[in-house]
Design a protein around this ligand. Structure first.
Ligand SMILES: [Zn+2]
Length: 206
């Protein structure tokens, strides 16, 4: 069965309209999202499995709700409304990306909170405070944080974390770091930051 067939079977009983295009027009994104932390969830619209994030949509006529993947909102052009205006597809993509980034930031903060609570360590307590304010870590903080997250077996995705290299001091610190430590924070670096690390004389991990 195709995405469209599955979506039709799923959505028509919960909508007033008798065909998919009109039924979809009754639905909109509520702004509610859930991070399930593991990619084990299913899209209630198309049946796609392996989702980590759910985006809630609601039928404005029947008030039914479904938890779906962001791709289905884009694929079926489910309405996303901001400040009373329906976003166009390009704006929708950007808005969903912002929701995703917010969930990833919150995921990093949860990991940092667990870490700060599991060790009596000022560096970790300060890293948590710093992330709340700057939404990123310094290279030195990132090194300690990833080391201790692994040591405490705290579930986290290093690619969600952001590292600052916007000041000369941070670039100097990165330049002076040992290869092992640079590799520890590597996944948190953006492509341009990885390039910068290589320009500073570091080798990428194998
Ligand atoms: Zn879907």
């Amino acid at each position: 069965m195709s995405y469209t067939q599955r979506a039709r079977e799923r959505i028509l009983p919960l909508s007033q309209a008798g065909n998919l295009p009109e039924a979809i027009r009754e639905w909109c994104f509520t702004g509610n999202t859930t991070d399930h932390e593991q990619a084990n969830e299913t899209c209630q619209l198309c049946g796609q499995e392996g989702l980590r994030y759910h985006f809630e949509i609601r039928n404005t006529a029947t008030h039914h709700r479904l938890e779906v993947g962001s791709e289905c909102i884009l694929r079926f052009e489910v309405a996303v409304i901001e400040n009373g205006r329906e976003l166009n597809p390009k704006e929708t993509k950007r808005a969903l990306k912002q929701h995703m980034q917010k969930m990833r930031l919150e995921s990093c903060l949860r990991a940092l909170e667990r870490l700060a609570n599991s060790e009596n360590n000022d560096i970790l307590a300060n890293a948590l405070k710093y992330y709340h304010i700057n939404k990123a870590l310094t290279p030195k903080q990132a090194n300690v944080v990833f080391w201790r997250l692994a040591a405490n077996r705290i579930d986290h995705d290093p690619t969600f974390f952001k590292v600052r290299l916007d000041k000369q001091k941070y670039r100097d610190d990165l330049a002076k770091m040992q290869r092992r430590d640079v590799h520890r924070i590597w996944k948190a670096l953006s492509p341009s930051q990885r390039k910068k690390a290589e320009d500073l004389g570091h080798l990428p991990p194998n």
